[in-house]
Design a protein around this ligand. Sequence first.
Ligand code: KIV
Ligand code: NA
Length: 271
Amino acid sequence: EARRMSAPEIRARKGGAPIVSLTSYHAHTAQLLDSHVDLILVGDSLGMVMHGLETTVPVTVEMMIVHGRAVVRGTKRALIVVDLPFGSYEASPVEAFHTAARILKETGAGAVKLEGGVRMAETVRFLVDRGVPVMGHVGLTPQAINTLGSFKARGRDDAEADIIVADARAVAEAGAFSVVVEAVAEPVARRITEEIAPPTIGIGGSAACDGQILVLEDMLGLSPRVPKFVKRYAELGPAIEAAVSQYADEVRARTFPAAEHVYAPKVRKVS
Ligand code: KIV
Ligand code: NA
């Protein structure tokens, strides 16, 4: 049986074969992804995608644990990374450690991800020194929506580009095993990828990154609106609607269930 990918193995992929990642929030889709990807992120985007929230801000540790466990149960091979949700880690390295340890213990995941650069570097170091592999996340950091004001791309002028590169350097030097670079101008993603030792995982970060990640529902065509950086590899929304509509028609016409879907009474054997 194949062994699970580890955070150090992802770290060692810098400059090698691109790291393939997707998000998943539940056991069955995670199982479908498992043999095709290196890493599965249980992202706090689940608040918006699965629970209909406007932003990721209200997502709780309990939500991350429920979905994280399901994804671990559905997989054998990929490294499972679980997001630390807003409000569960920013106040201090000690708070972050308690949250991260609880998530690793209760889900069986192999790493956590947290948002923020220079301001979170001390926390990243604190966790890594205590046995918690950390994935960084810089550029557009959706948990900061209330201070950022919008989900628009980052690093499109020189001053902002320098800030994002400094953020990536800080979490990399603090020991992050990889860094998500979200919605930044291509030259910024390229600079970060060239300058930091761990691999960069792009989402709206261009092919310059060491790997890529997308939200599964976005690339499957299950999200109504998607950002520029999403390629829709399938259109499952219309496929689901067509199936549901046919089912509804057949139930109303009493043509489903048909004979092959119905249990017959047991026939007693005559000996
Ligand atoms: O929550 C999420 O899905 C993420 C990815 C988009 C990187 O953080
Ligand atoms: Na996230």
